[in-house]
Design a protein around this ligand. Structure first.
Ligand SMILES: *Cc1c(COP(=O)(O)O)cnc(C)c1O
Length: 383
């Protein structure tokens, strides 16, 4: 059996598969088993910030793999200590719980919020996406993801995004936390307005609720600043990070600000959380993000893409949205056939809901490749 047959036969079958077998990646490009080349604007769902196989990350992984791969959280470790200090410096939030994925970061955030606030309610947003495990799923909006698994955790309400009046009605003295994405990703690439997010910050403070920023997708430069919350000059109480933070090695983090109290040994844990291999990869990733000023580059490339997309006068485009290199092209029709046509043109892109083409290219993408992507999109949407 070939690769496709083996996967089709033995995988759980939870993913809508594209018919290509990817075997290699370098920079913004990936290759299939027949040697065909693609520009990767899927980037492992936004994980590939530095491009595939960045030499600094590859070297850090190789070196750490020869020193120590695993070290449980009950022992101190040099790489972990260095990463914790680096995360505190970058985010302004002093403490972190390290884990292995976005959903696990959200689970931790919900637990820490309950523990710290001694309240149980959570307010989440319509079109929000926070992951697929039971707690995270309870805060995710999409019915198709939620309904087969009911009942989920109680006490979660969903309110319209970018509407402060809805938050005012829903945050009560039983609300432990509000969880939001500063730019909704899966929900269609929708940046929140500055007025909304700063009013939400104030409202949470006034009502004694914690503000959880889910920056699993927006973090580490994607939106043109190191973190999306930095566009708005406000600080969350809890910050969820994952996706690209360790250059493709699985890793997540829950960052905890000053308002989080009452956490003591034994309340939470994770076998692989903060393992030295992931920590070394994350440190190398952050070095490159900073030394090459990749958030600023993402801001510039994103503005260029949005500008060029806005000047494409094809009737099928309804709206272009985005921030930095997180870009959504909302169509007047289903995006799926266009995504398939883009593969034929050598460009891999994602959906974000049924009618949106989402682009999450590596932040290192050069003008040449941006132009290739734009030409392919123009071809496909005109055709
Ligand atoms: C991807 C994503 C998650 C879930 O991350 P996993 O690593 O897939 O569990 C959570 N929140 C947001 C905003 C995401 O984009």
């Amino acid at each position: 059996m070939n690769t496709i047959e083996l996967e089709n036969r033995h995988s759980a079958g939870t993913y809508p598969m594209r018919d290509i077998v990817l075997v290699r990646g370098q920079g913004v490009r990936v290759w299939d088993e027949s040697g065909r080349e693609y520009i990767d604007c899927v980037g492992g769902h936004g994980v590939v910030l530095l491009g595939h196989c960045h030499p600094a990350v590859t070297a850090a992984i190789a070196e750490q793999a020869q020193r120590m791969v695993t070290c449980p959280g009950i022992f101190y470790n040099d790489r972990r200590a260095a990463l914790l200090a680096r995360l505190a410096e970058l985010t302004g939030l002093e403490r972190a719980f390290l884990c292995n994925s976005g959903a696990e970061a959200v689970e931790g955030a919900l637990k820490f919020a309950r523990l710290s606030s001694q309240r149980t309610g959570i307010v989440a947003t319509m079109r929000g996406f926070h992951g697929r495990t039971m707690g995270a799923l309870s805060t995710t909006w999409n019915k198709n993801y939620r309904e087969p698994f009911m009942p989920l955790i109680p006490g979660v309400t969903h309110v319209p995004y970018d509407r402060i009046d809805a938050m005012e009605e829903s945050i009560t003295d039983g609300t432990a936390a509000v969880i939001v994405e500063f730019v909704q990703g899966e929900g269609g690439v929708r940046p929140g307005s500055a007025e909304y997010l700063s009013a939400l910050r104030q409202l949470c403070t006034d009502r004694g609720a914690l503000l959880i920023a889910d920056e699993v997708q927006t973090g580490f430069g994607r939106t043109g600043k190191m973190f999306a919350f930095q566009h708005y000059g406000i600080e969350p109480d809890i910050l969820c990070l994952a996706k690209g933070m360790a250059g493709g090695v699985p890793m997540g983090a829950v960052m905890l600000g000053d308002r989080i109290t009452g956490i003591h040994s034994g309340v939470h844990g994770s076998t692989f959380g903060g393992n030295p291999l992931a920590c070394a990869a994350a440190l190398a990733t952050m070095d490159v993000l900073e030394s090459e000023d990749l958030p600023a580059r993402a801001a510039k490339s994103g503005a260029y893409l949005i500008d060029r997309l806005n000047s494409m006068h094809t009737p099928v485009i309804r709206e272009i949205r985005g921030l930095g290199l997180m870009i959504g092209i909302e169509l007047r029709t289903r995006s799926r056939p266009y995504l398939e046509a883009l593969i034929e043109q050598g460009v891999l892109a994602l959906p974000a809901g049924p009618t949106v083409i989402r682009l999450l290219p590596p932040l290192i993408i050069e003008r040449d490749s941006l132009d290739t992507v734009l030409a392919a999109i123009e071809n496909v949407l005109a055709g």
